[in-house]
Design a protein around this ligand. Structure first.
Ligand SMILES: [Zn+2]
Length: 436
């Protein structure tokens, strides 16, 4: 057992329904075999656990591990391609890079860059948009397993519009998905996600094959894109005989409690009602929406419709792996929406970047906050003395104010340690795979 001694901030209850930031100074968290078995004021907990090793992390603060619900593994090397709307960016930046993953050795290097990016940013759980190539997805699972990250991912499928090397057939997609799921789904911290790229590049036949995989792989997830860009939405409506974008997935049984759709910047009220009725979740990706000029996310309409929302970095259209940056950009977007926006506090931002993601990924019993019974997935924020975040934290008026400064000023270089299930996988810039 290990006793962690630190200032701990988390959000066990949603601030959208009355929850508040939980902040404890000089808090003790006792971890046994990855699970938090005791928590409380240090003096009390220490008396009850006098013999345990103490890790003193009182400088800085501990947050729950961050949860990224939409991030593309093949795009790590094309982050930062600015100046294009969605469809041009796909043609010029993303798709040429994604074709390189046909080569498994290239995919291995990209997977390493990708996992390093996640860990560096304090992301401990992710719903990862995979590759169109089964060999590359296999490498992604293997790399995530080696590092001990909680990753849900799968084969990306498409059968039209994209460059030919990225296309497959419904039968081949089903067979390759079944093989990958048999090897990885449910292994330790890994799960399979059925992943058509988007309805724009998926015929009814391949969406039907995705529906079959989703039914046949018990406990698998579904993820894709929806309602990101006006030109994309119009083309999907044309291809599907005027159907709503959400319905293109719903009619194939792809939307339920284990479904996460990225973006949804331009939903109709009927689509929001469908998502709420089917209990599906939305991944909000604010730096991506901003960089591509996709639009301002209608968070208030999602919340009022009862649609679960969590955060995604959407690397590589998003501008980096940091969910702190995504949280800040989400805050900016709601401000820019004026009266239609939903004012967000720092507690909302922490919830969106941690517990909301755990909830969207049906992992709320396991991670998302640092309560007794949860896995110890945690990020240690340790800004260098004298840097603006350290100065800000030293002068914060309250825990909520300190957390605002974390979102305003925090970067990946302020992360001093990362744990998943009690295993330390990164210490500052130094990373170690869970299994050598
Ligand atoms: Zn995406």
């Amino acid at each position: 057992m290990t006793l962690f001694r630190a200032t701990v901030l988390d959000t066990p209850d949603s601030p959208f329904t009355g929850g508040v930031l939980r902040s404890e100074e000089d808090c003790a968290i006792v971890v046994d075999d990855g699970v938090i078995v005791a928590r409380g004021p240090y003096a009390e907990v220490r008396t009850a656990h006098p013999g345990e090793e103490v890790l003193d992390l009182r400088e800085g603060m501990i947050l729950p591990g961050l949860v990224d619900t939409h991030v593309h593994f093949p795009q790590v090397r094309v982050i930062g391609g600015l100046g294009m709307p969605l469809l041009d960016w796909l043609d010029q930046c993303a798709l040429p890079e994604e074709m390189r993953l046909a080569d498994v050795e290239a995919a291995r290097g990209i997977a390493k860059d990708f996992v390093t990016g996640l860990v560096d940013a304090g992301t401990t759980t992710a719903l990862v948009f995979g590759s169109h190539f089964a060999g590359a997805v296999d490498v992604m699972f293997e790399t995530a397993d080696q590092w001990g990250l909680r990753v849900t991912t799968g084969l990306v499928t498409s059968d039209r519009i994209l460059p030919e090397p990225l296309l497959t057939t419904p039968a081949r997609a089903y067979a390759e998905s079944a093989e990958l799921a048999a090897r990885w789904h449910g292994k330790d911290r890994l799960r399979y996600a059925v992943t058509p790229r988007f309805s724009l590049s998926a015929s009814e036949a391949i969406l039907e094959s995705c529906g079959a995989t989703f039914r046949d792989v018990e406990g698998s997830f579904f993820t894709s894109h929806v309602n990101e860009n006006d030109a994309e939405i119009a083309e999907v409506a044309r291809l599907f005989g005027g159907s709503s974008y959400v319905d293109t997935y719903a009619v194939h049984g792809l939307l339920n409690r284990r479904s996460v759709l990225a973006h949804n910047v331009h939903p109709t009220d009927a689509e929001l009602a469908t998502l709420a009725g089917l209990d599906a979740s939305v991944a909000h990706c604010p730096t991506s929406n901003s960089a591509l000029g996709s639009g301002l996310f209608p968070l208030r309409r999602h919340v009022e419709a009862g649609v679960r929302v969590a955060m995604g970095s959407d690397v590589g259209a998003g501008t980096g792996f940091s969910l702190l940056k995504e949280g800040l950009q989400a805050y900016f977007m709601q401000r820019l929406l004026g009266g239609e926006g939903l004012p967000l506090t720092s507690a909302h931002l922490l919830w969106l970047c941690t517990a909301a993601g755990a909830d969207a990924l049906a992992l709320a019993d396991t991670v998302g906050d640092l309560s007794v019974g949860k896995q110890f997935d945690a990020v240690w924020l340790l800004p260098e003395a004298g840097n603006p975040l350290a100065v800000g934290l030293g002068n914060a008026r309250s825990a909520d104010d300190a957390l605002s400064k974390v979102f305003a000023l925090g970067t990946t270089s302020d992360i001093g340690g990362v744990w998943v299930g009690g295993d330390q996988i990164a210490a500052g810039r130094w990373h170690r795979p869970r299994r050598a």
